[in-house]
Design a protein around this ligand. Structure first.
Ligand SMILES: [Zn+2]
Ligand SMILES: [Zn+2]
Length: 189
């Protein structure tokens, strides 16, 4: 099975965000023989996944549908990318969610870019900073799908509770996580 991460748009999102993310992920995973693909069709947002009380979408419901959608497609990894605010269980917002892999051949994750924009906090936009944040959240959630847990080191697998946490962590795995990742990827075939 080829190692391909498929990027899936969910709801309205500027396609250029995915093109930049594809380029950055391609570079990031260049030594792991992982390809990055953008799926052409867009999945809609569903009313049933919207929490009127939270005024946000329920990340776990969306992820569940994403998994259902790709069932039987034989995808290696899928990363849903959304531009609406999301919550998860008791967390009043999340940047993303992911499954720990039950088996190595499939994993899914989801990120929302909404709170990664300066604009969300009424500050002036910084495109380079935004793109870096999107990359960090993507490699964090994908890291979970490769079996990585939260990490205390100076590492992209550090838990982000705020945008400040996201900005402080580097856009890469620490040595320990990188070793785990390489072991995970190596004995897959
Ligand atoms: Zn995490
Ligand atoms: Zn780490």
């Amino acid at each position: 099975m080829k190692k391909i991460i498929h990027l899936q748009r969910i709801g309205d999102i500027d396609p250029r965000i995915l093109i930049v993310l594809q380029k950055n992920l391609k570079w990031f995973f260049k030594n792991n023989n992982i390809k990055i693909n953008i799926l052409p069709e867009k999945l809609p947002l569903l009313e049933s996944e919207y929490g009127p009380y939270q005024r946000q979408y329920d990340a776990l419901k969306v992820k569940k549908r994403l998994i259902k959608h790709v069932n039987n497609k034989n995808y290696y990894r899928i990363l849903g990318v959304m531009d609406v605010d999301i919550f998860s269980r008791f967390l009043n917002f999340v940047f993303g969610v992911a499954d720990m892999p039950k088996n190595k051949s499939f994993g899914s994750a989801l990120i929302s870019v909404t709170r990664l924009r300066e604009k969300f906090y009424r500050r002036s936009e910084n495109v380079a900073q935004f793109e870096l944040r999107v990359l960090k959240e993507a490699i964090h959630e994908l890291g979970h799908t490769f079996g990585l847990e939260h990490c205390e080191n100076l590492c992209v697998m550090r838990y982000s509770n705020s945008l400040d946490d996201t900005d402080k962590k580097p856009p890469n795995y620490c040595e320990t996580c990188l070793k785990k990742l390489n072991d995970f990827l190596d004995d897959f075939d």
